[in-house]
Design a protein around this ligand. Structure first.
Ligand code: DC
Length: 232
């Protein structure tokens, strides 16, 4: 099916700057911004509230049943879980970790993927996550993979958490980030990796504006090249 407008996929590890970049890019283009991490986090919130133990042997079956009666929607940039705004709660570090754990399961990934495809099918979206360019929209018109040195990412994450009043140390944040990278990259299903045709943007020495500028330039250059091809 041909889309009315392009899909822009941005993947990358924790604190690579992808949410900030995706949000700014969506605004600049008049596109919808979609955080797929927020969706996995909403699943984690519901699982925690339902008392589902991530180590239980029937985890997949329980999550499957839970997801049968779960509604995850966006209202602008707010994320709604069964009609309730959970935008603040999804930011909890423990929810991020649980989301990462639950996202290794096929039943969770399949439901999220279908939902994400439905949300993006008409295009005009900037969708960020771990597997957008590889699994959700392998045919996305534009793909970026955002990365940065792990120490720089930990510093950003630490500053973010400190600003929110979360008590932690830099060492703890670095350790958690490394663990999360290993889990997200090492899982069997749709692991975090750069799609062969994704443009790598290393944000180690770039600020948010520079990242967005780099992406905009790429999009413009590719759009002009496509127009040129059509004309020629
Ligand atoms: O981007 P984030 O930190 O909010 O994502 C939380 C977790 O959700 C992440 O560690 C792995 C999972 N996730 C995923 O598996 N696939 C995605 N497309 C997005 C997130």
């Amino acid at each position: 099916m041909s889309r009315e407008q392009p899909v822009i996929a941005i993947d990358g590890p924790v604190s690579s700057g992808k949410s900030t970049a995706a949000r700014a890019l969506a605004r600049a283009l008049g596109f919808v911004y979609l955080s797929t991490g927020a969706m996995y986090r909403a699943v984690a919130i519901k699982a925690r509230a339902a008392g589902i133990d991530p180590d239980s042997p029937d985890l997949a079956a329980r999550l499957g049943t839970m997801l049968d009666s779960t509604r995850i929607e966006f209202s602008g940039e707010r994320i709604m879980l069964d009609g309730r705004d959970v935008s603040r709660e999804i930011g909890e570090p423990a929810i991020g970790d649980l989301a990462s754990q639950l996202s290794t399961l096929g039943v969770v990934r399949a439901r999220m993927r279908d939902l994400q495809r439905a949300l993006g099918e008409r295009g005009g979206v900037v969708m960020e996550g771990r597997d957008i360019g590889t699994a959700v929209f392998p045919d996305a018109e534009f793909k970026f993979f955002l990365d940065a040195d792990v120490n720089v990412r930990a510093r950003r994450r630490y500053a973010e958490l400190a600003a929110k009043g979360v008590k932690t140390t830099f060492g703890e944040v670095l350790e958690q980030l490394r663990e999360r990278d290993i889990r997200d990259q090492g899982r069997a299903l749709a692991p975090l990796r750069r799609a062969d045709d994704a443009v790598l943007v290393d944000s180690t020495d770039l600020d948010a504006d520079q990242v967005v500028d780099a992406m905009k330039k790429r999009i413009l250059a590719a759009s002009n090249a496509r127009k040129g091809l059509k004309r020629g």
